[in-house]
Design a protein around this ligand. Structure first.
Ligand SMILES: [Fe+2]
Length: 699
């Protein structure tokens, strides 16, 4: 909808459907109104989200103070930092019902324009001035440029990546400014350690950022149990100066991942390793807090005219019945997951459609924690599962076109196949999957960018090729996958989606992911074992601060463990631990073992297994930072910017950049597949990434 067609009446309807107040172009200029900036009254800062070409959602929080309890805020939006002329003005109520947060839809704006905004209370105390940008007009052919990020753990690290992003944007030419930040989830980590229980994790000193008012302890960590707990998490995280500055500088487009509700959460259920914990009330609480603290065009199930989330009444009940998409039919489960719909689509100009899916709320119970899957865990091999077994368990009765095996051989024993008669797992659930595929089919944009929170590229190694000298035997003849909690464990549905893309000839699909705490780039095929015919491209960003796989292995695998050289390379010249796991992932375990024996990378590459990762163009499971996308009509480029391990906050520029690397894919036609190229890099690339070929996909 452009400004010419959006009426005030329509804007009111849109705002109320979103549970937001409305700000609209005023009849008069600001007049003699002279607010005084009082950041202390707005401790969580300001934010904006989900811009379209004529509107954006604006946010703040103004809790009561000793001086007064504000019940109404005035919002002003202007193209000028002095607010002399206003583009929009509105009022919004404040109350304890929304934890003193405030959402306003600023409408009637111009496309592709920078706006400044501030909130002011009844006594003239105003928030910091925020900046936001509307999306370009639907026909605008100019390149779109944005950052994507995920996984910030303020307890274990610092948001230096945001500081770096801000510092660089301050110095960028006008044509290279970041227009928005796509946040793919794990906005916080709800698993909290209190320092007296565990003062140190890996290389990280545990920061004491919050005590839950109602939390619950599992093992040595604490989890939220109530709305108060989830709200407290947002409040604590948003005190971070770098996160707060980023939210005040760019509109954010946010999708929840697991930790925004619960570490091993699926639908409305939790699991802390002691079996399923029904958590319908916690899912509703997580949804309500997300709605209150993330400015986004999402739909809650309460009456549309209310500015407040209307939580359904549910109780924590076990789920006994599931449909063929794995959806639990218990009424409280349906009400809890139906209380907020996060999946949505946004558009930037002619070039970009951004489709966001919710990969946690509708998914079948993951294989990982199912008791019947326990016999298939390769206990001696840390952090991995068997790819061939996962394929059978995930597909269930649909395996090999409806011919699942009765037994599965694992470690020399034939175990009954526990999922022989069960439907395949679903990540998206039926209705969301249909919605998603229809968005892809209808999109006319050159680039269909999928905000896909969890990754699709198989990250794996070849433990089946371990030499006899290693005193461990991999239990199957197939590959080892690094986890089955993402699309690696929902392989049947991954193939189903990519087959639609192939068969219906949908070009330009690029999936943007977080969750893995790793930088990865590669090509996707309906059958990953035949990567010569890719149909899409994927980029995974490293975490802002949460520890990655390499750090977990570096600190978790003893020096004496026979597999340590597969994961960690002790570099004799620098004395540092290097991520051999990258090399094992891209070249196979024999390459890493050869490196540890010869200290000669060329020797190591000579014994490379070319079949372990023909689909991977780049892998670094030790890096942190962010990614920058630039999309124009002809090509899409993604730059990974890796910063040093963010143990302490780095003021100024966020600290040094370790490397930057750019991959590019040119627009491909309906009869072609994508070809991914490494186009430039600077800095010190991580172990395992230097000797890779520079071209992937279509020859
Ligand atoms: Fe994460």
């Amino acid at each position: 909808m452009t400004r010419a067609t959006m009426t005030r009446r329509e804007a009111i309807a849109l705002a109320s459907a979103m549970g937001a107040s409305l700000a609209w172009p005023p009849d008069l200029s600001a007049g003699r109104w002279a607010p005084v900036e009082r950041r202390d009254l707005f401790p969580q800062g300001v934010a904006s989200g989900d811009p379209t070409s004529d509107s954006v959602v604006l946010w703040t929080r103004r809790p009561p103070t000793a001086q007064g309890r504000a019940v109404r805020l005035t919002l002003e939006v202007s193209e000028r930092t002095d607010f002399e002329r206003l583009a929009a003005r509105g009022e919004a109520p404040l109350s304890a019902d929304a934890d003193w947060t405030c959402r306003v839809l600023a409408a009637g704006l111009k496309p592709g324009t920078v706006y400044w905004y501030r909130f002011t209370d009844e006594w003239g105390g105003s928030s910091r001035v925020g900046r936001t940008l509307t999306a370009p007009d639907d026909a605008d052919p100019r390149p779109v440029r944005f950052a994507f990020v995920s996984c910030q753990n303020n307890q274990l690290g610092a948001c230096n990546a945001y500081r770096r992003l801000i510092w660089e944007d301050d110095r960028a030419p006008r044509t290279e400014l970041v227009e928005f930040v796509l946040h793919l989830g794990d906005f916080f980590y709800e698993v909290l350690w209190y320092p007296e229980d565990r003062p140190q994790i890996y290389s990280r000193k545990v920061r004491d950022i919050l005590r839950y008012p109602d939390g619950e302890k599992h093992g040595d960590f604490h989890v939220p149990t109530s709305l108060r707990d989830y709200r407290a998490l947002y409040c604590a995280y948003l005190l971070d100066p770098d996160l707060q500055d980023a939210r005040a500088r760019w509109p954010f487009v946010c999708m929840a991942d697991n930790h925004d509700f619960s570490w091993k959460g699926w639908q409305s259920q939790e699991n802390y390793g002691e079996g399923i914990l029904p958590a319908q009330t916690r899912k509703v609480a997580a949804n309500q807090a997300w709605f209150e603290y993330q400015p986004a065009r999402v739909v809650h199930s309460g009456p549309g005219e209310l500015a407040y989330f209307d939580p359904p009444t549910v109780s924590d009940a076990p789920i006994h019945n599931f449909d063929d998409d794995g959806l639990g039919l218990e009424p409280g489960n349906l009400a809890a997951i139906g209380s907020l719909r996060l999946y949505r689509m946004l558009r930037w100009g002619h070039n970009v459609d951004l489709v966001l899916t919710d990969n946690r709320t509708y998914r079948s119970e993951p294989l990982t924690d199912r008791p019947k899957v326990a016999p298939f865990r390769p206990a001696q091999f840390p952090g991995v599962v068997a790819q061939d077994v996962t394929e059978i368990l995930d597909a269930g009765r649909a395996y090999r076109s409806g011919n699942p095996p009765a037994t599965i051989r694992f470690g020399g024993t034939d175990f009954p196949n526990p999922r022989k008669d069960s439907p395949p797992l679903s990540m998206l659930g039926g209705p969301q999957k249909e919605w998603f595929l229809n968005r892809l089919r209808e999109s006319g944009a050159p680039w269909k960018l999928w905000g896909n929170s969890v990754a699709m590229l198989d990250w794996r190694t070849d433990f089946q090729n371990l030499p006899e000298s290693v005193p461990l035997k991999w239990p199957t003849t197939g590959y080892a996958l690094f986890g089955d909690d993402d699309w690696s464990g929902y392989r049947h549905e991954r193939a189903e989606l990519l087959k639609v893309v192939r068969d219906e000839r949908i070009p330009g699909l690029v999936t943007l992911c977080g969750d893995r705490h790793a930088f990865l780039a590669g090509v996707l095929s309906p059958t990953p074992e035949a990567p010569g015919a890719p149909v899409a491209v994927e980029f995974v960003t490293g975490s802002i601060s949460a520890p990655g796989l390499f750090e977990a292995l570096e600190y978790g695998i003893p020096e004496s463990h026979p597999l340590r050289p597969v994961f960690v390379y002790r570099n004799p010249s620098s004395g540092a631990n290097d991520p051999a796991v990258n090399l094992s992932m891209t070249s196979g375990v024999r390459a890493s073992l050869a490196l540890s024996e010869t200290h000669d990378l060329a020797q190591a590459i000579k014994v490379k297994n070319p079949e372990v990762a023909p689909h991977i163009a780049f892998a670094d499971v030790g890096g942190h930072g962010y990614a920058i996308v630039q999309a124009d009509a002809d090509a899409l480029r993604v730059e990974f910017v890796c910063v040093t391990r963010p143990l302490e906050r780095r003021d100024g520029n966020g600290g040094p950049v370790v490397y930057r690397i750019t991959h590019q894919v040119e627009r491909w036609g309906v009869t072609e597949g994508p070809r991914l190229m490494r186009t430039s890099w600077v800095g010190v690339l991580p172990l395992g990434s230097v000797n890779q070929s520079q071209r992937f996909g279509r020859p």
